[in-house]
Design a protein around this ligand. Structure first.
Ligand code: ATP
Ligand code: MG
Length: 319
């Protein structure tokens, strides 16, 4: 079983508004609302890919009820801790004429100390039936940025593989606790290593730095694929996967679909190159749908043949 953790779950509302302009009144031509938050998106994609997954996290108020009911309605197993404050709604406006996307995310609820401890208990319980646990997204306001790090340590002790896809302090502190894999996008990776990447050589060095900082393996997603440092036997190998970008319908959650693809392929025993090919195809395919984490497995199978993967030698790292 794969467990996904979403501590900032939301109802993700997507509105299609042609010719969206600031300061004007608009009418949406299309609208969807679905359970969201990064870990929820990962769970949705994992389910679509046929993997056994349970989504956990915290959810509160009527919006929290909507989140868990929507997940159940989609057939996604879920076990969220109920909290007192209201879960958030995130709104994305997509302009089909320009392809531009505007996101407005509400503040998430405050989670009390005792609620957090009850969540940790729940996660440790669920972890007993899990092989992989994916921690995705930001932490609720006021929560110690070391929480992911603490949970990573606890789960590793239970023999569960840990994956961290976050940003800022929670990613920095969490990476030091040696999660099995970190998978930031380029901007988040820059935040993690503490500098900007000027070119491909810089990004290559960055991927190695993420591993030096503590991650067992590291993937940096890029608009046209990813860079990865993955274990192969006792060795660490560096890969570059590429796919020509598609015209997106909605790019939100492509990183989540990517990660689900990687985990699904790994869980099925795939080799590194195949896992990356599958992951990039999932990220790309998800851009062809409105909802975050929505992927069509048949299209993924078609796209994966178009993904290029090359192994880079360590000398290319300039070391
Ligand atoms: N327009 C696109 N066409 C094809 N592939 C795309 C496109 N946009 C993103 N992808 C793929 O999706 C993967 C993840 O992309 P990205 O780095 O944008 O993730 P992200 O910023 O974490 O996204 P999010 O946080 O919204 O889930 C990458 O491997 C990338 O190749
Ligand atoms: Mg992401």
């Amino acid at each position: 079983m794969i467990v996904t953790v979403t501590l900032n779950a939301a109802i993700d509302k997507t509105l299609a508004v042609p010719n969206f302009r600031l300061g004007r009144r608009h009418r949406a031509v299309e609208q969807t609302a679905m359970a969201g938050g990064k870990g929820v998106n990962v769970a949705r994609a994992l389910k679509a890919l046929g993997q056994p997954v349970i989504a956990t996290g915290v959810a509160g108020g009527p919006t929290g009820t909507l989140i868990t009911e929507a997940l159940t309605g989609e057939g996604i197993l879920n076990d969220f801790l109920r909290i007192r404050e209201e879960s958030r709604t995130s709104t994305a406006v997509i302009d089909p004429t320009s392809g531009e996307q505007t996101e407005i995310n509400e503040y998430g609820p405050l989670v009390s100390e005792s609620e957090l401890e009850r969540f940790v208990e729940k996660l440790l319980y669920l972890a007993r039936g899990a092989t992989v646990c994916v921690f995705s997204g930001s932490l609720p306001r006021g929560v110690d940025p070391g929480l992911y790090g603490r949970l990573i340590e606890e789960l590793k002790r239970l023999g569960v593989s840990t994956i961290l896809d976050s940003e800022g302090e929670p990613l920095i502190v969490g990476t030091r606790k040696s999660p099995g894999l970190v998978s930031p996008n380029e901007l988040e990776a820059e935040g993690l290593v503490g500098r900007e990447f000027a070119d491909e050589e810089d990004r290559l060095a960055g991927i190695a730095e993420m591993v030096e900082l503590g991650a067992g393996e590291a993937i940096m997603t890029l608009p046209d694929g990813c860079l990865a440092m993955l274990a192969d036997g006792g060795e660490k190998r560096v890969y570059r996967a590429t796919l020509d970008p598609l015209e997106p319908v909605a790019a939100v959650g492509s990183g989540d679909a990517f990660l689900a693809g990687f985990v699904a392929a790994r869980y099925s025993g795939g080799g590194n190159e195949d896992c990356l090919r599958f992951a990039v195809a999932c990220g790309a395919e998800s851009t062809q749908h409105f909802g975050a984490g929505v992927v069509d497995l048949r299209e993924v199978e078609r796209l994966r043949t178009e993904v290029g993967v090359e192994q880079l030698t360590l000398s290319a790292l300039g070391s």
